[in-house]
Design a binder for this molecule. Structure first.
Ligand SMILES: [Fe+2]
Length: 302
């Protein structure tokens, strides 16, 4: 039984209106993050078992922008064949340094060149007078809501597109005035942007910081969700989970995905795997599980 109240939540959107292109065409199904280490096996699968291929892909612009030669050809190959979303690493939405407007210009051109429909970034910061090479959590304060929301609005304005922000995993809880979910919802409303909901990150944070993952999921505004992330993690100690993207998805996170669908309907769901890349068929097996959950919810609703 779903405890969700979010299906009917009408998020209080600000009167923030800018003249931007809004991508209404949503991807569907089960997606897989494009990684260079998967390219060879991915091409083999396209030849031998195309029916198993992902429904969409996600690329990290930071890792592909400006490349020529083989990798530019690969980018063209994949973006010509799959609906493509993007997920950035280095924009530092919540950081203290000025936004990198040159990077945002390059990003817009990259998205246009490869017909990439959406851009997402982490609700975090990764710069402070230079790159910190980590995605650090923002303090859950009203001041931080204002700060990061104004920067998200600036990015949307410059790109001429809505963007999605992702809830991040964190370990040292920042000082704050509100809960993580209240902070996330305040930013979504104030910035008038969309949400990339990482289900594994909700699970990891709920375990490490002792809150109810179901309550968090059900409090997310359905109409803001663009797509979901699923990933594996490492149980480092009984009271500590590390978000590694280096292992298979575990059963409690699959259960949380099912709960998410029951609250918010079936959403496009992408499997992230960045380390310990297994044989491609193992990732395809996980995509099949995502599709089973999606079909299960669809048939329940029919
Ligand atoms: Fe993620």
């Amino acid at each position: 039984m779903c405890r969700c109240s979010a299906c009917n939540i009408k998020n209080k959107s600000t009167a923030y209106l800018i003249n931007m292109t809004i991508d209404t065409e949503k991807v569907t199904g089960a997606g897989l993050g494009l990684r260079r280490g998967l390219l060879e096996e991915w091409h083999e699968l396209e030849e031998k078992q195309p029916e198993l291929l992902p429904d969409f892909i996600e690329v990290t612009p930071d890792n592909w922008m400006g490349l020529g030669g083989r990798y530019a050809r690969e980018m063209r190959h994949f973006t010509d064949r799959y609906p493509t979303l993007s997920h950035g690493l280095s924009l530092s939405l919540g950081g203290p340094d000025p936004l990198d407007t040159k990077f945002i210009d390059r990003l817009g051109r990259f998205m246009d060149e490869y017909n990439i429909t959406s851009f997402s970034e982490h609700l975090s910061y990764c710069t402070d007078g230079g790159h910190l090479y980590d995605l650090l959590p923002l303090p859950f304060t009203g001041e931080a809501v204002e700060h990061v929301s104004s920067r998200i609005r600036a990015v949307q304005e410059q790109l001429g597109r809505r963007i999605a922000i992702e809830n991040v995993s964190f370990y040292a809880a920042p000082e704050g005035e509100m809960s993580e979910i209240d902070f996330l919802n305040a930013v979504l409303s104030e910035a008038d942007c969309d949400l990339l909901l990482d289900v594994n990150n909700v699970y990891v944070n709920s375990h490490n910081h002792a809150y109810d993952a179901h309550d968090f999921i059900s409090a997310v505004p359905t109409e803001r969700i663009s797509w979901l992330h699923m990933a594996g993690h490492l149980q480092e100690a009984p009271d500590l989970i590390i978000d590694t993207h280096g292992d298979s998805v575990v059963d409690p996170v699959w259960d949380l995905l099912q709960y998410t669908y029951s609250c918010h309907g079936v959403q496009p769901t992408l499997l992230e795997r960045d380390f310990n890349l297994p044989p491609m068929h193992e990732l395809i097996d996980e995509l099949a599980i995502i599709r089973q959950y999606q079909q299960g919810v669809s048939s329940d609703a029919a």
